[in-house]
Design a protein around this ligand. Structure first.
Ligand code: NIG
Ligand code: FE
Length: 405
């Protein structure tokens, strides 16, 4: 007897399993089966394909007129933080820029203060609510970054909370150390603070899969970012970078040179750097929800990156300042409207390619895969980005268990 049988599936979305991210035109290819069947047993997929009535299971889900896809992978979030920053909304309305708020000691630095002041238990309880919400929205794997401590004690506190959440909740999690996320007010200078964060790599390397840095005007330069990435790689960590979010410093080019697993944001990346994606497997993780929330008109050039045969993924960037949503479905709609991506490209960008950006086996439904599956109450796969701002997830299965309905 199998555990779960999903039958009569209106559209079964089967992204292609590959050993590298999908690039360029490949992103628009998506295998969609009408009237499909999925069978789950002991946490694994045992069948996924054309309609087949030969299976029996303890639980049968009838997905007539519905869509079934792999669980969504959110490849970029700042999950654990203290406090909130709703007062910045008024500043934004008055035209104060994101970097100016940071320069005045607000923004990331105000969240640093709240996170330092919060106990591990407070952070745990607050972030657990977000994780539950993510699952309800269909996210089954999430990447979570530290970066609101900027000191050893608080960075470790954040990473410990992440690991506790990964243990206590069904979501699958990857962990990123983002010590160089901002420069604290009391730091002597940027270079000496960066060195402190490099020295911290030894303390965090067993709790993190990746090391990340915010390469931006007034934060860390290209040279500083290179120094950090090289030091992190020496400690055995894969590297990521917040690159070209606001100013075109060349972070994408650096990421490609350093073999980063992903380069994230890339709103202001140069033509030269975008061309370099052609010969690279670094995933461009685009965060259009952030551009929307910062009230900017210029979005990342997703189409140009695909024309250059680049690999792209889409993520929320959930954080308390520049994108306060954990709903990846909403960001899929923004990707359609503002990045001009097709529905096929969007589904691949939040499943297989997002999984590649965080080095996790996820984003596909094939025999032997861990069963992370979502049943969507929508008539076809194009419908999700179209009907925006609501939750279309009807049933969420992680590791073979129904965790939301
Ligand atoms: O990815 N830009 C840097 N880091 C985050 C924002 C963090 C914050 O504002 O608290 C981002 O947008
Ligand atoms: Fe971010």
């Amino acid at each position: 007897m199998n555990d779960i049988l999903i039958q009569n599936i209106g559209e079964l979305i089967l992204p292609k399993k590959t050993d590298r991210p999908l690039k360029g035109n490949e992103l628009d290819e998506l295998n969609i089966i009408k009237n499909g069947t999925v069978v789950v047993k002991d946490s694994k997929i045992v069948y996924a394909g054309e309609y087949d009535d030969s299976f029996e299971a303890t639980e049968v889900i009838d997905a007539t007129n519905q869509v079934v896809s792999p669980g969504l992978v959110d490849a970029h979030t700042h999950l654990v933080f203290g406090g909130s920053r709703e007062h910045e909304m008024a500043l934004k309305q008055q035209g104060v820029s994101y970097l100016d708020i940071l320069k005045q000691g607000g923004g990331i630095l105000s969240t640093v203060e709240s996170t330092r002041n919060a106990t591990e238990e407070e952070l745990y309880n607050k972030s657990k609510k977000e994780v539950i919400r993510m699952i309800q929205f269909g996210t089954t794997t999430v990447e979570a970054k530290s970066g609101y401590g900027l000191d050893k004690e608080t960075e470790l506190k954040q990473l410990n909370v992440q690991h506790q959440l990964a243990q206590d909740t069904p979501i699958r999690m990857k962990h990123t150390f983002l010590g160089p996320h901002a420069v604290p007010k009391d730091a002597k200078d940027n270079a000496s603070f960066l060195q402190e964060m490099i020295d911290l790599l030894d303390d965090v390397k067993d709790k993190a899969d990746f090391a990340d840095i915010f390469c931006e005007t007034g934060v860390f330069t290209i040279d500083e970012s290179r120094r950090y990435m090289q030091a992190a790689k020496e400690k055995g960590l894969k590297v990521k970078i917040h690159a070209d979010e606001i100013d075109p410093l060349g972070g994408l080019g650096l990421a490609i040179e350093e073999g980063a697993i992903s380069a994230d944001h890339l709103v202001a990346s140069s033509e030269k750097d975008k061309k370099a994606l052609n010969s690279s497997n670094t995933v461009a993780v685009l965060l259009p929800g952030t551009t929307f929330y910062l009230g900017k008109d210029q979005y990342a050039d997703a189409r140009g990156m695909l024309d250059n045969n680049g690999a792209i993924a889409i993520a929320t960037d959930f954080n308390p300042g520049s994108c306060v949503t954990d709903n990846l479905q909403l960001v899929m709609s923004i990707a359609a409207l503002k990045l001009k991506l097709t529905p096929n490209e969007i589904w691949n960008a939040v499943t297989v390619n997002a999984a590649k950006a965080i080095d996790v086996e996820a984003g596909t439904i094939e025999v032997g895969d861990q069963a992370d599956v979502v049943v969507w109450d929508i008539p076809n796969h194009e419908y999700l980005p179209y009907h925006y701002g609501v939750n279309h997830a009807q049933t969420v299965i992680i590791n073979g268990k129904k965790v939301y309905q």
